[in-house]
Design a protein. Structure first.
Length: 378
C-alpha cells in the first residue's frame, strides 16, 4: 500500500517536471524565435523590453481610401507587423482623414472593412496591438480642436501635401484638407506616442506634430513626448506599366499588384510589365528590369534575384523567365495572406475593431481629461 502510493507520487512528480520543462522550453523557443527574426538594431530593444516589460508607445494610421498594394506593404505595412515585437503598437484606420477627399459612402464602408481584414491577414495581431477605427474614439477630434487653437495658420499653409492635394482637387479644397495635420497630431499625441512609423511624405506632418507638442509643453507644462519618426528604409516599388513612376493606384489597375489579387491576375499583370525602355541603352539596368529583380529580393527570393542580376550583366537574361519567376514568387508569398483574409468574417473583424476601440478609449479618455485639466477646462 505504502509502496503503491510512493510509486504514484513519484510518477506524478516526474510528469509535473516534464510538463514544466516543456512549458519553459516553449517560452524559451518563442523568445529566441522572435529574437532571430528581428533586425539587428531591434534586438537590444527587444531584450530590454522583455526584461523590463515596458515598451515604447507607437502610433500609426492608414487611410481607408482603397485596397493596399504591394508598394504600400513593403513601404509601410510589413514594418508595422515587425514593430509589434519591440513596441506597444496602436494602429488606427483613420476614416476621418479619408473624408477630406470625396468618397462614396458604400465605398468608404467597404474600404474600412477590407483594410481592417488586410491588416489582420498580414499579421497585425490584436492580442499584441490595438487596432481600431479613428471615428470610434471621438477624443481624436476633440483634441484636434484644442490643437487648432494653438497652430498658426502660417504653419498649415507650408504643408506640401496640402498644396499638392489642393492642386489635384481644385473643386474640393475643403477645411478638412487644410486642417488634416492637426487631426494627425491629435491622433499621435492623444496616446503620448513616442514613435511613429511613416513614409517620407509624412515627415513634414510629423515635424508639425512635434512643433505642436513643444508649444503645448512650453505654454502649459511638459505633458507630451516629441514623437520620433521611424522611416521605413526606402523600398520604392515602381509602377509595372511605367517604371519611372512610383507604384500607385492612380496609374491604373494594371500598374500595381493588390495584396488580394488572384494568382491569375498577378501572373497576367507581371507578364505584361514593361522591361526594356530607352534608358537601358545607357548601360545601366533598365528601371523595369531592376524593379522586377528587386521584387524577387523583397519577396524573399534573394537567390533568384541574384541569379537574374548576373544573367542580366552577362547579357543572357530571358525576360519571360524572369517574369515567370516574379509571378511565382509573388503568388506563393501572397497566397496565405489572401487565405487568411477570406477566413475573416465581417462580424469577426467588427468585433476586433470594437474591442480595439475600447482599449484605445481607455487611454484616450484618461489623457484627454488630463489635457483639459491642464488647459483649464472643467
Ligand atoms: N497622414 C497619414 C498618411 O496619409 C495617415 C495618418 C493619419 C497617420 N494619422 C496618422 C500616420 C498618425 C501616422 C500617424 O499616410
Amino acid at each position: 500500500m505504502i509502496c503503491e502510493k510512493y510509486v504514484f507520487n513519484w510518477q506524478g512528480a516526474v510528469l509535473l517536471k516534464n510538463i514544466l520543462l516543456i512549458f519553459s522550453n516553449i517560452l524559451l523557443y518563442t523568445f529566441f524565435m522572435n529574437l532571430s527574426r528581428l533586425p539587428k538594431k531591434d534586438t537590444i530593444i527587444y531584450i530590454a523590453n522583455n526584461f523590463m516589460e515596458k515598451q515604447p508607445i507607437l502610433f500609426s494610421g492608414i487611410k481607408p481610401t482603397g485596397r493596399p498594394h504591394i508598394g504600400n506593404y513593403l513601404g509601410a505595412l510589413k514594418n508595422w507587423v515587425e514593430l509589434q515585437h519591440t513596441h506597444n503598437c496602436i494602429y488606427s484606420i483613420v476614416d476621418y482623414h479619408a473624408l477630406t477627399i470625396e468618397i462614396k459612402p458604400v465605398e468608404l464602408t467597404a474600404n474600412i472593412l477590407a483594410l481592417a481584414k488586410t491588416l489582420l491577414a498580414i499579421g497585425i495581431d490584436p492580442k499584441k496591438s490595438t487596432l481600431f477605427i479613428q471615428s470610434h474614439v471621438p477624443e481624436h477630434t476633440e483634441l484636434a480642436w484644442i490643437f487648432n487653437c494653438m497652430t498658426p495658420v502660417a504653419e498649415m499653409e507650408r504643408m506640401t501635401q496640402y498644396k499638392d492635394k489642393a492642386k489635384q482637387h481644385k473643386k474640393n479644397i475643403n477645411m478638412g484638407l487644410f486642417d488634416y495635420p492637426a487631426l494627425m497630431a491629435a491622433d499621435i499625441l492623444l496616446y503620448r506616442a513616442e514613435a511613429v512609423p511613416v513614409g517620407e511624405d509624412q515627415l513634414q506632418h510629423l515635424e508639425l506634430t512635434r512643433i505642436i507638442a513643444k508649444k503645448f509643453n512650453n505654454r502649459y507644462e511638459k505633458y507630451f513626448e516629441e514623437p520620433q519618426a521611424i522611416i521605413t528604409k526606402a523600398k520604392r516599388i515602381m509602377s509595372l506599366t511605367d517604371p519611372a513612376k512610383k507604384m500607385s493606384k492612380e496609374l491604373g489597375e494594371s500598374s500595381y499588384i493588390s495584396l488580394l489579387d488572384s494568382p491569375e491576375q498577378i501572373r497576367k499583370k507581371i507578364m505584361k510589365t514593361v522591361t526594356e525602355t530607352s534608358t537601358s541603352k545607357t548601360g545601366n539596368m533598365s528601371p523595369g528590369v531592376l524593379n522586377l529583380i528587386e521584387l524577387l529580393n523583397h519577396f524573399d527570393n534573394q537567390k533568384a534575384s541574384q541569379e537574374y542580376a548576373n544573367q542580366y550583366n552577362k547579357g543572357v537574361i530571358k525576360y519571360a523567365e524572369l517574369k515567370t519567376a516574379v509571378a511565382d514568387t509573388l503568388i506563393t508569398y501572397l497566397k496565405p495572406i489572401a487565405e487568411k483574409y477570406n477566413d475573416i468574417s465581417d462580424i469577426e473583424v467588427k468585433n476586433i475593431l470594437r474591442d480595439g476601440a475600447v482599449e484605445a478609449k481607455d487611454i484616450a479618455q484618461k489623457n484627454l481629461k488630463e489635457i483639459k485639466n491642464i488647459i483649464g477646462l472643467i
